[in-house]
Design a protein around this ligand. Structure first.
Ligand code: NAP
Length: 284
């Protein structure tokens, strides 16, 4: 058995970020991203600082609004309203998860759809379901599609199984793949006989947050395996896929780290640029 080809998310993300930097440099105005972080979750703080650094590296302005854990929902909604109204701000992103006393859907719904660079506002989710070219596609699914389009010249008719049905990965990804004419099955924690369903797939996308749950027995020889999971075992990061064994059977595979993660940040930058370009009536 030959080893799978590695889909190098890091290298693809470098290319994409340089394309975004070129687009940004073509304008006198700078795209401006507002990142809203509530509380002191260390992982969220690191993610947001990485996003800020990445945005600045492609020539964007990016400010992190770091709020106390005990901020009320009303106060957070007021900040969103201010950012919606501020013409200097092109993109708004609220880091999830929010503290339990805040209703996440209320917050995401309040972000103006044209500034919703995460694509989590239900309006954008609805546009995606309708296969509208105006939908803001969430960054992780958008990055995954970009990688799949590098592997397959035509996704039409491919059997895709998405493992996980979250609002930020599984569901939008399933919609996106349907829009690209894949035959899509979504499995989740209540699915019976997940293994035999996954074993029929040409494309497997693991987004369930269960370390190394996808083993080689789940994989059809030659399948393309995209690993979204970010888990830690004894401090070491691993995905939802048992990489060492699955890569002996798959045709293509993404590593963790260095696969979907870097693509997510690159696509967030692209979404921010696209929001900026739409708001200023530039072609993109
Ligand atoms: P989530 O909200 O926790 O959702 C996990 C999903 O997986 C749920 O739909 C759950 O089913 C399903 N699931 C749980 N156990 C399962 C099992 N044994 N078999 C099949 N499905 C199962 O997670 P998320 O936010 O989508 O994130 C998923 C993973 O991706 C996490 O590791 C996260 O850190 C990572 N992630 C990475 C990136 C990136 O850029 N690389 C971006 C986002 C997320 P139920 O709905 O039935 O509970």
């Amino acid at each position: 058995m030959t080893n799978a080809k590695i889909i190098d998310g890091r290298a693809l993300a470098v290319e994409l970020r340089s394309e975004v930097a070129q687009k940004v440099a073509a304008h006198d105005l700078k795209p401006n991203l507002a990142v809203v972080l509530v509380g002191n979750d260390e992982a969220s703080l690191i993610y947001d600082r990485n996003k800020q650094k990445a945005a600045q590296e492609v020539g964007m302005d990016c400010h992190i609004y770091h709020l106390e854990e005990n901020i009320t929902e009303v106060e957070l909604l007021e900040l969103i309203d201010q950012l919606n109204e501020d013409v200097r701000v092109n993109g708004i992103l609220v880091q999830l998860p929010l503290p339990k006393h805040i209703n996440t859907l209320n917050i995401l719904t309040r972000i103006s759809p044209e500034k919703d660079v995460d694509g989590f506002n239900p309006y954008n989710a609805g546009l995606l379901l309708n296969n509208s070219p105006y939908a803001v596609v969430p960054a992780t699914p958008k990055g995954i599609l970009y990688m799949l389009e590098r592997v397959f010249s035509d996704l039409s008719g491919k059997k895709a199984v998405v493992i996980g049905r979250s609002n930020i990965v599984g569901k939008p990804l399933a919609a996106l793949l349907l829009n690209h004419n894949c035959t899509v099955t979504v499995v989740h924690s209540k699915t019976l006989d997940t293994e035999s369903i996954v074993a029929q797939a040409d494309i497997v996308i693991a987004a369930c947050g269960k370390p190394k749950i996808v083993t080689e027995n789940w994989i059809k020889p030659g399948a393309c395996v995209i690993d979204v999971g970010i888990n830690r075992i004894n401090g070491k990061i691993c995905g939802d896929v048992d990489f060492d064994n699955v890569q002996l059977k798959a045709g293509y595979i993404t590593p963790v780290p260095g696969g979907v993660g870097p693509m997510t940040i690159a696509m967030l930058l692209l979404n921010t640029y696209e929001a900026f370009a739409r708001q200023n009536h530039f072609n993109f």
